[in-house]
Design a protein around this ligand. Structure first.
Ligand code: ATP
Ligand code: MG
Length: 354
C-alpha cells in the first residue's frame, strides 16, 4: 500500500516517518510541480490550503484523493462556520461582513471586541485583525472575504484530535490544553487522570464524531475549542494532523501521524494508550542548538527549515508518568525570555492539585 501526501512541510514529513516505521511507503507531493501518483495510491493532505494550479486541479479527479467534500466544506472559514451552524454546533457569535458595513456596524452586531479573519489562507494567527470599539481603524481590503467573530473571554483553550476510518470507526486522544501567544501555539499539555476536563471530553468527542460523520471524513481531524465554564465553543476545525497533537509522538502508543496513516489505509485502528503526562514546546524562531539534546528527557524534532523570526523551527516533547516531573523539567529548562508567560502557564497546570 502506498500513500502520497499533498504538501511537503513538517507535518507531511512526520507522517512519512510514521508510515515508514509501520511499513507503509509515504511520499510527499510538492503542490507546485509534482506529477500525479498512480491510480492505486491513496492521497491525503498535510495542509488545507493550496493554490489552484494544473496539479491541484488534476488531483481533484484522482481516484485515491480522499476527503474531497470535507476539504471543500472546511478550508474556507465562511463555509466552515456555515457547516457548524447547520450541525447546530456552538461557536463564537459570527457574521460575514457585507459590502458597505463599517467597523461600528460590526461592533453593534458582535460586541466591542472582534476577530476579523480572512476566509481562506490564514494560519498561525496570520490573516487576522483584532477590531476594538475603542480603536477605530481602516478595515483591510480583504474585509468582505472574511468572517468576523466575537472575541471570547475563555477559561482556556483545548483541542481534540481523533481519527475515523472508512468503516466509520472513530478513536480519539484525550483533550489537549493549549497555550497560544500572539495567535501562535507555544505549548500543549496532555495530562492523564486529570479531572479538569473529564466532563468536557465526552462533549468534544461527540462534536468531532458529528463533524466527521457529516462529512464522511477519513483520517485525523482536529477541533480547537474555547472552554467557557462547562461549555465548549468551537474555534476552528482542521482536516489534518495538528500541532497540538505533537505530544502523541512521546505520550501515546500510536502517534497522531501514525493514526492518520492507519486510518487512510484501513489498517487496524485501536484506541491509543496514553498513560502519563505529556508536554510539547514549540521552538518558534529559535536557531538549532545542541542544548536541546543535552537533556535526559527532551525529545527534539527539528524540521530543517530556513530560519525566519517566529517560524516554527521544531518542537520538544517531554513525557513522564507523573506530571510533577514535567514541572521540574520545565522549571529548569533553558528557554528564551519570551517563553516566560507560557512557562508560568504550564507550571501552574502541572503543579496543580485537583
Ligand atoms: P492555527 O492555524 O495556528 O490554528 P489560525 O491562524 O487558524 O491558527 P485561529 O485558531 O483562528 O487562527 O486563532 C489563533 C488564536 O487566536 C486562537 O487559538 C486564540 O488564542 C485566538 N483567537 C482566535 N479567535 C478568537 C476569538 N474569537 N476569541 C478569542 N480568541 C481568539
Ligand atoms: Mg487555530
Amino acid at each position: 500500500m502506498k500513500v502520497a501526501i499533498l504538501g511537503n512541510g513538517q507535518l507531511g514529513d512526520m507522517m512519512r516517518q510514521a508510515g515508514q516505521r509501520i511499513g507503509i511507503e509515504v511520499n510527499l507531493l510538492d503542490i507546485d510541480n509534482d506529477e500525479l501518483p498512480g491510480d492505486d495510491v491513496i492521497i491525503t493532505a498535510e495542509r488545507e490550503h493550496w493554490p489552484d494550479n494544473a496539479f491541484t486541479s488534476a488531483l481533484q479527479g484522482h481516484p485515491g484523493w480522499l476527503n474531497r467534500a470535507a476539504f471543500a466544506a472546511l478550508t474556507n472559514r465562511q463555509k466552515q462556520k456555515a457547516v457548524l451552524d447547520e450541525l447546530d454546533l456552538p461557536t463564537a457569535p459570527w457574521c460575514i461582513p457585507e459590502v458597505g458595513m463599517t467597523q461600528a456596524d460590526l461592533h453593534q452586531q458582535l460586541g466591542p471586541d472582534i476577530f476579523l479573519k480572512s476566509a481562506s489562507g490564514g494560519y498561525d494567527g496570520r490573516g487576522q485583525q483584532r477590531l476594538r470599539l475603542s480603536e477605530p481603524k481602516r478595515l483591510p481590503d480583504w474585509f468582505e472575504d472574511a468572517v468576523a467573530e466575537q472575541a471570547i473571554i475563555y477559561d482556556t483553550e483545548v483541542s481534540i484530535i481523533g481519527a475515523r476510518n472508512a468503516q466509520g470507526k472513530v478513536v480519539c486522544y484525550r483533550l489537549t490544553e493549549n497555550r497560544h501567544d500572539h495567535g501562535v501555539l507555544t505549548m500543549s499539555l496532555s495530562i492523564n487522570a486529570s479531572d479538569r476536563f473529564s466532563a468536557l471530553q465526552a462533549k468534544a468527542k461527540q462534536m468531532l464524531n458529528q463533524v466527521m460523520e457529516a462529512l464522511d471524513y477519513i483520517g485525523v481531524m482536529t477541533i480547537e475549542f474555547f472552554v467557557v465554564g462547562e461549555q465548549l465553543l468551537i474555534n476552528e476545525i482542521a482536516p489534518r494532523v495538528h500541532n497540538s497533537g505533537h505530544w502523541t509522538q512521546a505520550g501515546a502508543s500510536i502517534s497522531q501521524f501514525e493514526l492518520h496513516i492507519r486510518a487512510v489505509c484501513s489498517l487496524p485502528l485501536p484506541q491509543p494508550e496514553q498513560p502519563g503526562a505529556s508536554m510539547m514546546i514549540n521552538l518558534l524562531g529559535t536557531k538549532y542548538d545542541q542544548k536541546w539534546l543535552d537533556h535526559s528527557a527532551s525529545q527534539l524534532h527539528w524540521y530543517g527549515k530556513n530560519w525566519r523570526p517566529g517560524r516554527k523551527m521544531g518542537h520538544l516533547n517531554f513525557y513522564h508518568q507523573e506530571r510533577q516531573h514535567l514541572a521540574r523539567w520545565l522549571a529548569d529548562l533553558d528557554l528564551p525570555a519570551s517563553y516566560a508567560p507560557a512557562r508560568a502557564w504550564a507550571l501552574a497546570r502541572l503543579q496543580m492539585t485537583e
